[in-house]
Design a protein around this ligand. Structure first.
Ligand code: ITT
Length: 216
């Protein structure tokens, strides 16, 4: 039985779909943050965990609902982990304020070329991080879980599935296909979000989880 209302605290449709799919078999009835007309919170944390907590607290306190937030991004080793927590910002077109991931791909390619990286022949290692935080606004308790998936970047971008940086990322397991070229269920079998979610789901049933849900 779906006995807990859970706000999926994200405005990103790609994330919402993946998180809803991961939560499918569990005890939550999912509500989208997009159903509320809220401004986006300012994500001024120094890492994924801090930003994930900022979002979970913001949306949880605004709606009075148990909230699950996701802060995630792509980290490129040779760029010292960039774009990292700035992954969403690297896709913003300054002239329109809208997101265009082709811009983000071009920005990464340019930074790599400035470091004399050969986009076709060098192995450009990278990883995605996902930090999930669940926050209860009634008792102020929260818990965070982090996942990672390693791979390499490829240029030009390929594929039309997935979202965000998926068209330039190839996980070690799917050797030549980007995350945007494989079936979403295959991405779900290994992704950073799934890794974080596995840790989250192993928390279900624990005394700490019962404590987090306890509003008395
Ligand atoms: P919310 O803050 O509302 O959740 P957002 O898109 O702004 O939405 P982030 O601040 O966490 O989310 O930024 C994460 C960026 O990394 C964003 O541009 C995503 O598209 C990208 N990203 C995260 N997970 C991804 C994945 O699984 N595949 C591809 N890109 C991903």
């Amino acid at each position: 039985m779906k006995n807990h209302k859970l706000l999926i605290a994200t405005g990103n449709k790609g994330k919402f779909q993946e998180i809803s799919s991961l939560l499918g078999d569990y005890q939550f009835s999912c509500i989208s943050a997009s159903d509320y007309n809220l401004e986006e919170p300012i994500e001024d944390g120094n890492d994924f965990a801090q930003n994930s907590l900022i979002k979970a607290k913001y949306y949880g306190n605004k709606t009075n609902l148990l909230a699950l937030a996701d802060d995630s991004g792509l980290c490129v080793d040779v760029l010292d982990g960039d774009p990292g927590i700035h992954s969403a910002r690297w896709a913003v077109d300054d002239s329109t304020g809208k997101r265009d991931f082709n811009l983000a791909f071009a920005r990464i390619a340019q930074k790599l070329q400035e470091k004399a990286i050969d986009l076709q022949n060098d192995k450009i290692t990278a990883y995605f991080i996902c930090n999930l935080t669940i926050f209860n606004p009634i008792n102020n308790k929260y818990k965070s879980f982090e996942g990672r998936v390693d791979g390499v970047l490829t240029f030009p971008a390929r594929g039309d599935k997935g979202f965000g940086y998926d068209p330039i990322f190839i996980s070690k397991i799917f050797e030549d296909k980007t995350f945007a070229q494989i079936d979403p269920s295959k991405k779900e079998s290994i992704s950073h979000r799934t890794e974080a979610f596995k840790k989250f789901s192993s928390f279900f049933g624990s005394a700490d989880f019962a404590d987090l849900l306890n509003n008395n």
